[in-house]
Structure formats: structure tokens, C-alpha cells
Design a protein around this ligand. Structure first.
Ligand SMILES: [Zn+2]
Ligand SMILES: [Zn+2]
Length: 351
């Protein structure tokens, strides 16, 4: 592939204002919900199926989001029922208001099984991650105790950002076709950012709902969870991207979960691939001089001091790069006298 020919191109120069919408393909509308974070918005999509609305992703559970939805439901969307609330993954900015919206109009919630159940476990047991077993994960990877504690305490935030997960949902699997009246969408799931994130492709309209898997300007967080400490989540993520580049029509309009819609999916995949390849190379280089812990790698991956609010994501991402390199045999792990795992790039063999 010639990357310059397929370089990603912004499809719409500016987003709709919060609470407004824009038609981006026939019967498909793009709107935005505000988020109180550095990433200050999430994209949501409203799909007209001829007789009802289908909502893709919801924003957080808070008063401002409810007001935005009330504005949309009472304005441009008024007069038609809502059939489905389609939720791409369990993160609060996407699932946050799913049950609230579903209860309003009797709509069903559509999700992958893993994303529903994972969201449910966080919602039902907000202290689940504050176990010594997970504390040990951070210690063994060299993270300072007080930083590890702040990460463990953050898991309790899920409940405060999300309405209760719906009592029931419609489960979809990779390869399914989701029928919205006259429209048919292909269900594609991918790992990395979330375990079974749902992406949707409408080949007739050449529209691809990419959720947080492929975006312009940012790469999604790809983190190892202490629940799956040796998982090669970066490998899963890159494999998913390569499959998308092969499957999705080169001219398709990509509608992501954050930032602007674009065309040129394969070109964007190539950019993300290069970004992670460079970071993997930096780590191998750094570990050639001396054995390093995962916490040591933060200074290589992030040039600036890391804010406490994002250290969980940064550290999870450092673990993901380590696990990929161990899987590839480019790093070897040894546990030091303090019980901390340290990595070297000399003499590494695949595990
Ligand atoms: Zn996400
Ligand atoms: Zn998101």
C-alpha cells in the first residue's frame, strides 16, 4: 500500500455544537456529548431506520448529558420511537446513560457479551480491584506504593459515572448482522482498548462506526488489566486494526468515538502501526543498557511528568508494550531480589 495515496483525510472540518447534530450520510446523524475531562467530548450517532431511531453510544451519566439528550429527543428526534441503544463498549463515556435512555422509550440495549458483563462487574462491585492480589501486580512491576493505591482506589469511580447497567440486553457477536429495519450493519469486534469492543460496518452506505478503536489525532489507550496480567492486548489491538484495513472499503467514511470523522482507514492504521513500532523499539533500546522495571519505562514512553489522573492509563499502556515484546521474544524477564520483574533485551527468547 502506498500510505500517501491513502493518507487519512478529515471528512468534516468542524463538529456540531453540543446538543446539535449533522447528517453525515443518508439518515445517519452525528452529535456530540460534553465530557468533564481533558478529552472533552464523545461522539454519538443517531441512525434513522425508516420508522424509528437507533442511538449509538450515550455519554456519561450526569445532569448535563441528560439535558443534552432531552434537547435532542424533544427537538430533532421528536415524534419517532427509539428502537435500540447500541453501546460499543463498557467505558462510562459510551455506556453511561444506556439504561436511562432505554427506560425512557422502551428501547433494547445492544452490546457484546464481554462488554456488558465487564461493565456489570464494575457496577456491582466497585471495590473489586482493591484486593491484595492486584496490589501485588503493581508492586511486582515496580510501581511506587502510593501511586498504586491511587490507581486501585480509582476503580470505584465507575459507579459515579455510569447509570446502572440495564437488567437485560441483546448480545451480538463478531460476524453477526444487526438489522435496523431496512438497514443491515455488520458486527465486527476487536480487542485492545476494551476486550470485545463492537464496531459496525454498513457496506451499502460505506460507513464504518469505529468507536474508540481507530481515531484521528489520538490513539486509544491500550492497557493491561491486573485481571489479565500477561495478556498481549497490544498484539490483539494491532491484529484487529490490520483486519479492519483489509475488510473495510478504502473509501468508507469512518465515524469514530472521539475527534472528527475521516476517510482513509488503511492509512490511519499504518500511522498507528508505526507509532507503536517506534515505542516498542524505544523500549528494546532502553532495556539494552540495564534491566528495567515497567515503572522505569514510563520515562521513555512519556516525555513529561505524568499526571495522577492518567497514571493508570500510562502504566497499563507500558505493561501492554512489555507484554507484546515478551511475546515477540524481544525482551526477557527476570525477577530481582526485591521481587520486582525486570526486563533486558539482550539474549531474549520467545516465551
Ligand atoms: Zn473507550
Ligand atoms: Zn471513549
Amino acid at each position: 500500500m502506498n500510505d500517501t495515496e491513502h493518507a487519512p483525510q478529515v471528512a468534516f472540518a468542524a463538529p456540531p455544537a453540543v446538543g446539535e447534530w449533522r447528517e453525515v450520510a443518508a439518515g445517519i446523524f452525528w452529535s456530540r456529548i460534553a465530557l468533564p475531562f481533558r478529552l472533552n467530548h464523545v461522539n454519538v450517532y443517531l441512525i434513522d431506520d425508516g420508522s424509528s431511531w437507533n442511538i449509538l453510544d450515550t455519554g456519561l451519566c450526569n445532569k448535563a448529558t441528560q439535558e443534552t439528550w432531552e434537547h435532542l429527543l424533544g427537538g430533532p428526534m421528536a415524534g419517532r420511537p427509539i428502537s435500540k441503544i447500541i453501546v460499543t463498549h463498557h467505558h462510562p463515556d459510551h455506556v453511561g446513560l444506556a439504561s436511562w435512555l432505554a427506560d425512557k422509550g422502551g428501547a433494547e440495549v445492544v452490546m457484546s457479551g464481554t462488554e456488558y458483563l465487564l461493565g456489570l462487574t464494575y457496577w456491582l462491585d466497585s471495590d473489586a480491584m482493591k484486593a491484595d492480589h492486584y496490589r501485588e501486580f503493581y508492586r511486582a512491576r515496580g510501581l511506587e506504593r502510593d501511586i498504586a493505591e491511587s490507581i486501585l482506589n480509582r476503580s470505584a469511580r465507575y459507579q459515579s459515572l455510569t447509570s446502572p447497567l440495564p437488567f437485560s440486553f441483546r448480545r451480538v457477536l463478531h460476524g453477526d448482522q444487526l438489522r435496523l429495519n431496512a438497514r443491515t450493519l455488520d458486527v465486527i469486534t476487536g480487542g485492545g482498548h476494551a476486550p470485545e469492543q463492537m464496531l459496525l460496518y454498513c457496506s451499502d452506505a460505506r460507513v464504518f462506526f469505529a468507536a474508540d478503536q481507530v481515531m484521528l489525532g489520538i490513539t486509544p489507550n491500550v492497557s493491561v488489566s491486573p485481571r489479565n496480567p500477561n495478556g498481549d492486548v497490544l498484539g490483539l489491538f494491532l491484529a484487529s486494526l490490520h483486519a479492519l484495513a483489509r475488510t473495510i472499503d478504502a473509501g468508507a467514511l469512518v465515524l469514530p468515538g472521539h475527534h472528527l470523522p475521516f476517510t482513509g482507514l488503511a492509512g490511519r492504521v499504518a500511522e498507528i502501526d508505526r507509532h507503536h513500532a517506534a515505542r516498542l523499539g524505544d523500549i528494546v533500546h532502553f532495556c539494552a543498557d540495564a534491566p528495567r522495571s515497567t515503572a522505569d519505562l514510563l520515562q521513555v514512553l512519556y516525555r513529561h511528568p505524568i499526571d495522577r489522573a492518567v497514571v493508570e492509563l500510562a502504566f497499563g499502556e507500558a505493561c501492554a508494550h512489555v507484554n507484546r515484546l515478551l511475546e515477540q521474544g524481544r525482551l526477557a524477564a527476570r525477577v530481582d531480589g526485591e521481587g520486582v520483574e525486570r526486563y533486558t533485551s539482550e539474549g531474549a527468547v520467545a516465551r
